[in-house]
Write a protein that binds this ligand. Structure first.
Ligand code: GLY
Length: 353
C-alpha cells in the first residue's frame, strides 16, 4: 500500500494507492472520521459493480450506511441532484462528525464534493475514484462543481477530501473509451512535467500502478503549491482551453473530455511551435503518442466556432487568456495571449491539422 500525503493550506490528507483498497474503505474511513454514519453517492454503473463491496466494508467497520444512486453522465451534475443530496443527508441525520462518500468518476466526485462542502458548512468527504481520469486528476486537489445551463462547472468551490482511496484494480472493469479518456490526462502529465512518463506511454507499456503513482505525485505537488488555481495549477490546463471549447462546440455529446483534451493538446503544441515557443517536433511526438492510444487528432470544428467559445470562457480576462504552452515534452509554462492573436494563429495552424 502506498500513501501519498497532500498538504493543504490548513490541513493535509492521504491518497491511498493500493490494489484491493476498495475492500478496506470502512477501516480507512474509520481512521479519519469520528462519526458512525456514511452516506455513499454513486451512479448506476458503478453501483452495479462496487456498491456491495463498499457497503460491506463500511458495515464491517461498524458504520451505518445510506446511499443515493444517480444516473451516469455529465448532464446529471446539476442543481436538482445537488438539492436531492441535501434532502437525503437531512433525512439520514448526517452530522459534521459523519462522512459523505463519493464513489465514482469525475461527475460523482464534483457533485458529491460540492454537496459535502456546503451541507452544514462542510461534512468530511471520502473520495473513492473509479475511473482513470478521476484517479489521476479530479479526486485530488479539492475542485467541486455543478454545471449550469450557461456553462460547465459554473458553481463550485475548493473543498479538500479527508482521504482519497484509489484502487487500481477497479480500472480493469472500465470500457476502453472511458479508459482512454483518462489516458489523455496521463499524456498531459507527461507533457507538462514528466518526460519518463511520456516515454513510457510512447513505448506501448501500461504499468498502471507506476503510472498512477507518477500522476498522483505530480498533481499533488502542483496543488500543494497553488491550492486555489491562481498560478502553477493552471499548467494542468494544458490542452484544456481548446479542449473545453471543443467539448462545448459538440454540445458535450460529440467528444468526450479526454478526446477534446487530446485534440486540444495537439493544437496547443502546434500553436507553440508556430510562435517558436515550443521546440520543433514536439507536436509530432504528441500526435504519435495520442494516435498510439486511439485518441483523436482531427479538429471537427472551425477556428471561428472554437474562438467564440474561448472568448466566453470564465478564465478569459479582458480579452487576454492564460494559455499553457510546452517548451519541450515535460516542461510547460503559462503565456498570456491576446484573443486576437490566438484567433489569427489558430486559423493558421488549423489549416495544417
Ligand atoms: N483538473 C485540473 C485541476 O484540478 O486544477
Amino acid at each position: 500500500m502506498k500513501k501519498i500525503i497532500a498538504r493543504t493550506l490548513n490541513d493535509m490528507y492521504e491518497i491511498i494507492l493500493s490494489n484491493g483498497a476498495l475492500h478496506h474503505v470502512g477501516e480507512i474511513a474509520g481512521s479519519v472520521i469520528k462519526g458512525k454514519k456514511a452516506f455513499i453517492v454513486t451512479d448506476k454503473n458503478v453501483a452495479a459493480l462496487y456498491l456491495n463491496d463498499v457497503t460491506t466494508s463500511f458495515q464491517n467497520a461498524g458504520m451505518t450506511i445510506n446511499t443515493h444512486i444517480i444516473q451516469p453522465g455529465e448532464e446529471n451534475k446539476n442543481h436538482n441532484e445537488l438539492w436531492s443530496l441535501y434532502q437525503c443527508f437531512h433525512q439520514f441525520g448526517l452530522t459534521r462528525s459523519d462522512a459523505v462518500v463519493a464513489l465514482g468518476g469525475g461527475v460523482i466526485g464534483d457533485l458529491t464534493g460540492l454537496a459535502a462542502a456546503t451541507y452544514l458548512r462542510g461534512i468530511p468527504l471520502i473520495s473513492i475514484p473509479t475511473t482513470l481520469l478521476a484517479q489521476v486528476d479530479s479526486s485530488i486537489g479539492g475542485k467541486t462543481a455543478i454545471n449550469m445551463p450557461f456553462g460547465k462547472n459554473m458553481i463550485g468551490c475548493f473543498y479538500q477530501p479527508s482521504v482519497v482511496i484509489t484502487d487500481p484494480k477497479v480500472l480493469t472493469s472500465l470500457p476502453r473509451s472511458v479508459m482512454n479518456d483518462g489516458v489523455a490526462e496521463v499524456i498531459k502529465y507527461g507533457c507538462i512535467r514528466d518526460i519518463d512518463l511520456f516515454n513510457h506511454l510512447m513505448s506501448g507499456r501500461m504499468d498502471l500502478e507506476w503510472i498512477l503513482e507518477r500522476c498522483i505525485r505530480i498533481k499533488t505537488a502542483i496543488v500543494e503549491n497553488d491550492e486555489f488555481d491562481k498560478g502553477e495549477r493552471m499548467l494542468l490546463n494544458f490542452g484544456h482551453t481548446i479542449g473545453h471549447a471543443l467539448e462545448k462546440c459538440g454540445d458535450y455529446r460529440r467528444l468526450t473530455h479526454g478526446q477534446a483534451v487530446s485534440i486540444g493538446m495537439l493544437v496547443s503544441a502546434m500553436l507553440g511551435e508556430k510562435q517558436a515557443l515550443t521546440s520543433e517536433g514536439t507536436a509530432k511526438r504528441i500526435r504519435d503518442c495520442l494516435l498510439s492510444h486511439d485518441l483523436p487528432v482531427e479538429v471537427p470544428f472551425s477556428a471561428d466556432q472554437i474562438l467564440e467559445i474561448v472568448q466566453s470562457d470564465k478564465k478569459n480576462f479582458s480579452n487576454t487568456i492564460h494559455f499553457i504552452f510546452l517548451r519541450n515534452i515535460g516542461e510547460a509554462f503559462i503565456h498570456r495571449m491576446a484573443i486576437g492573436d490566438l484567433k489569427h494563429r489558430l486559423k493558421e495552424v488549423m489549416a495544417h491539422v
